[in-house]
Design a protein around this ligand. Sequence first.
Ligand SMILES: Nc1ncnc2c1ncn2[C@@H]1O[C@H](COP(=O)(O)OP(=O)(O)O)[C@@H](O)[C@H]1O
Ligand SMILES: [Mg+2]
Length: 356
Amino acid sequence: MATLSLKQVEKTYANGFKAIHGVDIEIADGEFAVLVGPSGCGKSTLLRMIAGLETITGGEISIDGRVVNNVAPADRDIAMVFQNYALYPHMSNYANMAYGLKNRGYSKDEIDRRVREAAGILQLSELLERKPRQLSGGQRQRVAMGRAIVREPKVFLFDEPLSNLDAKLRVDMRLEIKNLQKRLGTTSVYVTHDQVEAMTLADRLIVMNGGIAEQVGTPIELYEKPATRFVAGFIGSPSMNFIDGTVSDDCSHVVLNDGTKLDLDHNVAANRPVVVGIRPEHLSLNTPSNSKITARVRIIEALGAETLVYLNFGDKNEAITIRMQGTHQFETGAELVLYSNPQQIHLFDRESGHRI
Ligand SMILES: Nc1ncnc2c1ncn2[C@@H]1O[C@H](COP(=O)(O)OP(=O)(O)O)[C@@H](O)[C@H]1O
Ligand SMILES: [Mg+2]
């Protein structure tokens, strides 16, 4: 068990490319932290720096209070689970799980105790004598996790461990990983580009964008109060609607391009150009308010439990999406009136993208 601390961590690769621009993160003992962001934003780079697989070119990383910048990966007391779980095909699952311990010179008895204990936790006890190819994808992923667990590390690092699995299995494994982490109480950092996976797994989320940690918080904090337009668009599915507008003279509402007025409940300067953010689930057809957008139906996606309706409004055919519970039918081109609630309107600065 351990804390993990990153202070102004930077990474400039040998070719001069700066992938990480001064990241500060404090991860508490036993916490499950998730690094999430689009491909190329520096998630793997940061995780590999924590693991010791990449040098740290600026700042400091500490595990349990000890600065590890110059500590070899094997001496950091971490275990990493990758996307391609890289099991040895010619070895039994038992041998795969035991391998790292054998290399570290543990006794046969100690190795046996740890492998059987991990196998019990992961429900692999019956499968230890088989080879990896005789297992399903999910079972193989569990062996890969077993290999990490037997090390009894201070910190688990996961780099997109579920990306190679099909959608249904990914959901099952997501729950397993969450349960396992809670049960073992091991401080964990998990990397994913999948915001749903991130939201469901994380005690705390770190949203990365272009080598910067844009916001750190609980999943619900980030959903309810995204600090930037980027975070607002990344967290939540379908994505938040973004519409340009200008704050009215008396600051009581925002005026959209087509003249639509939406009531505001914000402390914001008059005539300021803003981006209005409204989540698809916060637009309603049947809770009338002063704030209404009249839009035309473009496409409907009926998912059974919910219906997504993609619409356009105004002369510029601006796009807007709503998410409704249950099943609904609308003709293409039909006009709908979408009501919004001032408490569920987010405002962002047009230039900086920062929350207002
Ligand atoms: N060895 C390297 N040399 C130079 N640039 C690299 C190297 N590895 C990764 N990068 C670049 O650093 C950025 C971040 O990469 P990475 O951490 O793998 O992103 P992510 O895991 O979020 O997809 C990318 O632009 C990538 O091209
Ligand atoms: Mg990556």
